[in-house]
Design a protein around this ligand. Structure first.
Ligand SMILES: [Zn+2]
Length: 247
């Protein structure tokens, strides 16, 4: 369900049943002359809309204003919007803290931007990961008081942890695309991989008549894009979502 359309009784049901609550996280960034600047975020939004047909999830309003950086193109006339990670982290902490206050305990942010470096982290995902940790510590301390972890009530912490119980799983950040695609799908920026994904998920975000206007190396493969390849990619993304959003 889209969070902004939910009634309080539906929110309470989602809390009681521990539905995954998912934030589509992304940027607005130049993706060549042939593709819309919202590609990275649209890919998450549209894939989640497909996933929602098969699973009970809450989809938060997407956050588009991440750290696109100006690495691909300067912003003038290109459309890239850059908000640095240091500015994002305080916002994200308040957002996550607020979601914990509401009662959600299975919160996920999903991002498709610079995720080829997800393990080490890049500015947007690092800001949201760090914010999630800060929000959880702050929330637990408010709810339980200082010394909550050292109290006798927590004596089974390590055995519980070994069984998978972990407060720090309350908020997680994931890449949209699995780390290992085993050569099954091209990972790129505005090339055949991303353009095919958009053709499958959101064809209005691609104008094939503009391929010839591209000059960047990273768009060289874009004209080879196809909806068929994109659909293969979408199937992989849905499989990945099934794994990370299973309850
Ligand atoms: Zn992209």
């Amino acid at each position: 369900m889209r969070y902004e359309l939910m009634l309080p009784n539906q929110i309470r049901k989602a809390i009681a049943e521990n539905w995954p609550v998912v934030l589509p996280l992304g940027v607005l960034e130049y993706h060549g002359e042939h593709m819309a600047v919202g590609m990275d975020t649209l890919a998450v939004v549209k894939t989640l809309e497909l996933f929602e047909r098969e699973a009970d999830i809450v989809i938060l309003p997407p956050f588009y204003y991440g750290a696109a950086s100006y690495a691909v193109a300067p912003p003038e006339g290109s459309g890239s919007v850059q908000v640095g990670g240091n500015a994002l982290a305080p916002f994200a902490e308040e957002l996550f803290y607020s979601l914990l206050r509401i009662g959600f305990r299975d919160v996920h942010a999903i991002i498709h931007h610079q995720t080829e470096n997800f393990a080490a982290g890049m500015p947007t995902d690092l800001a949201f990961k760090s914010a999630g940790r800060q929000a959880i510590f702050r929330f637990l301390e408010k709810e339980r008081g200082e010394g909550w972890w050292g109290s006798q009530a927590m004596a089974d912490y390590y055995s519980g942890h070994a069984e998978g119980a972990n407060f720090f799983n309350w908020i997680q950040v994931h890449p949209l695309m699995p780390a290992a695609t085993d050569g099954q799908y091209p990972f790129d920026h505005a090339g055949i991989g991303e353009t095919s994904l958009m053709l499958a998920l959101c064809p209005e975000a691609v104008d094939a008549g503009r391929f010839a206007d591209n000059t960047g190396w990273y768009t060289a493969t874009a004209p080879e894009a196809s909806m068929e390849l994109g659909q293969k990619g979408v199937a992989m993304l849905l499989e990945h979502l099934r794994a990370i959003l299973s309850r």
